[in-house]
Design a protein around this ligand. Sequence first.
Ligand SMILES: [Zn+2]
Ligand SMILES: [Zn+2]
Length: 357
Amino acid sequence: MMSLSTNLNMISPFPSFAKQHKPSNTNALFNCNANKFTNSFSSKRGGSVAYKKRTFVAAHDASYQVETSRMIPLQAGPVPLSDVVVVRKKRAFWERSWTYWDVIKLAVVSGVHLLSLLAPFYFSWAAFWVFTWILYIHSLCITLSYHRNLSHRSFDMPKWLEYLFAYGGLLAVQGDPIEWVSHHRYHHKHCETQRDPHSPTQGFWFSHMNWIFDTGSILEKCGGEENVDDLVRQPFYRFLQRTIRLHLMAYALLFYFCGGMPFLVWGFVRIHINPLSWGTRAWNTPDFSKNHWSVAIFTLGEGWHNNHHAFEFSARHGLEWWQLDVTWYLIRFLEAIGLATNVKLPTESQKKRMTLV
Ligand SMILES: [Zn+2]
Ligand SMILES: [Zn+2]
């Protein structure tokens, strides 16, 4: 099975162990080298943003090390698929310590990816349409529930509907809501610094894949699940966290009994899309998030990544009428029939403050 990612590459069918221990001093892990910045200015978060033609890099954390392309030392290199150049401290794949759950995650994710290679051999149109609808529905559950509703609280729903969408997100095989939301809130808090759970400053493979099998790195960089108390307090989300593997196994069996191997194989095929690195910027955010229409199409509106980082609270990511945002259309529909309330949008003055100069 390939795994679906919208803008975050969350894949973890296992309960997080983040709450088992907390680092005593996360900042001590990194060497600050902020004095090397040039062509930079202070950002609102107190860090620096440096621009050089199309190359720009961002740092808004004291424990971040980065330089522009003119100053590339031996360890520097471009982030693939982007114009970002960073100096990165590599976290070795094999040389670091692996927890039991890191190994299990790697084995399962590798196994289901290998299973997805069988998809052409079990092709049937029925299986293909199952794949298409399953992918679409679970993607909506991730973007609408995990991301905009649970992570950012950009609108409210009745509990029964909130839980229903969250359950759809659980079956997307991107982890349980508590773990996903915790990682995502840390992503926004430490965006694209070395403390970002899937920081591009640590290289292409780490930011796209390896961080998933490195639970220790998130604990070290960010801490545990104390940033997601609102979900941990609710028995439903704790239940999902404890039992996620059972739900996924039951889901796989359901596919198998409904359509045999073709349904099982195609039902779990997912697509990787990471909109982080290409596109244009519309807002003065202290990171290198970008907007791109093509990514927005495939991620149901999540490709307006720069809009989102400018207005994290906004239920609408495609802020212009021409910026396709299917997730927003569904939220707007739910609002029209009274099922979505307290829908948050940026005001004109907030937009003015964030406009690029
Ligand atoms: Zn977000
Ligand atoms: Zn982001």
